[in-house]
Write a protein that binds this ligand. Structure first.
Ligand code: C2O
Length: 347
């Protein structure tokens, strides 16, 4: 078995970009003595599923709860693994090499990006984030809203993220990309003016290409990363765009690495990171059902047995395997069906 099995008791100083604007140790608190449990908290088949909905279609109550939950996470002590501060560092830890592979490859750092780890890692990250948030607001059935940037109504930053007094506000963002500016799903740091209707049809074309044309698991999910492999074996279509491109589009333009959203070590400090990734998580589920016979890597034991560690809503450390992540219903949630205007948009 050549799965990527982490040892969460060993966390190292992350390697940040040479011109990073802040320096933090990205490691989470490590329980002492070290202990964890294996994930087994699957939803029972008769309990109601949570439905994650897009920002432009949810009730104000869902938004208010999201704002409140983020505010409560931000108010927790910094060393509480459920705090917004610690939650945001998880991303840095798994992306900037704070964990290493296991014997005999301890010299290889783990980065979950640009490989088949991308979708499952972020799914479980959001899963625990949602449970922590739901627990803090006293609503264990709370479902995270998603930023539906592939629908016409969602093709701008949701307006809730901009008021200065909101917990969803974040300072380090591109000042020129505030709503109603239409997002460029294929953004390459070039801000030449494109009329909104033209931008919308370019976005449909990007989505068609990345979702419909990327019909194999290698193309869509990224390439295998097994024990002993170097990081970044190959990026999946949607990870490259709109994932990376929307990160860059949100991040500030006058910082060295488009902090915060535009670079791994700081991306998750911006609350919009989570609804951005919720939409990506949704697209994984959408992709599988676009046509018959689409498969992810579910027949590959190295993928199924690879694992990650997260803290749950009771601040217990939990080990999850990719095999736990494949079916959202077993995790207790589904996505609301929404219009997909790009579906028949052959370029
Ligand atoms: Cu872990 Cu949006 O990247």
């Amino acid at each position: 078995n050549r799965s990527i099995s982490l040892d969460a008791s060993k966390c190292f100083l992350a390697s940040l970009p040479h011109d990073a604007i802040t320096h933090t140790n990205c490691c989470p608190p490590i329980p002492s003595p070290f202990k964890f449990k294996d994930f087994k908290d699957f939803a029972s088949s008769n309990s109601p599923l949570k439905v994650r909905k897009p920002f432009h279609l949810v009730d104000e109550e869902v938004i208010a709860k999201f704002e409140k939950g983020i505010a409560l996470m931000k108010a927790l002590p910094k060393d509480d693994p459920r705090s917004f501060y610690q939650q945001s560092k998880i991303h840095c830890a798994y992306c900037n090499g704070a964990y290493h592979q296991q014997y005999p490859f301890e010299n290889l750092k783990v980065d979950i990006h640009r490989s088949w780890l991308f979708f499952p890692f972020h799914r479980m990250y959001l899963y625990f984030f949602e449970r922590i948030l739901g627990n803090l607001i006293g609503d264990p059935n709370y479902a995270l809203p998603f930023w539906n940037w592939d629908s016409i109504e969602g093709m701008q930053m949701p307006k809730y993220f901009t008021p200065l007094n909101s917990s969803l506000y974040h300072k380090l963002r591109h000042y020129n990309h505030m709503p109603p500016h239409v997002v460029d799903l294929n953004y390459n740091l070039n801000d030449s003016f494109v009329p909104p209707l033209k931008q919308i049809s370019l976005n449909h074309a990007t989505m068609y290409k990345q979702m419909v044309l990327a019909s194999t698991k290698e193309l869509f999910m990224g390439s295998p990363l097994r024990l002993g492999d170097e990081s970044h074996p190959g990026i999946g279509s949607v990870e490259s765009a709109p994932h990376n491109t929307v990160h860059k589009w949100v991040g500030a333009s006058d910082t060295p690495n488009n902090e915060d959203m535009g670079t791994f070590y700081t991306a998750a400090r911006d609350p919009i990171f989570y609804p951005h990734h919720t939409n990506l998580d949704r697209l994984w589920a959408v992709w599988k059902n676009l046509e018959q016979g689409r498969k992810d890597y579910s027949d590959d034991l190295d993928w199924l047995d690879s694992n990650f560690f997260f803290y749950d809503e009771n601040a217990n450390l939990v080990r999850v395997k990719i095999r736990d992540s494949i079916d959202t219903k077993k995790l207790g949630y589904v996505y609301q069906d929404v219009n997909m205007p790009w579906l028949n948009f052959k370029p």
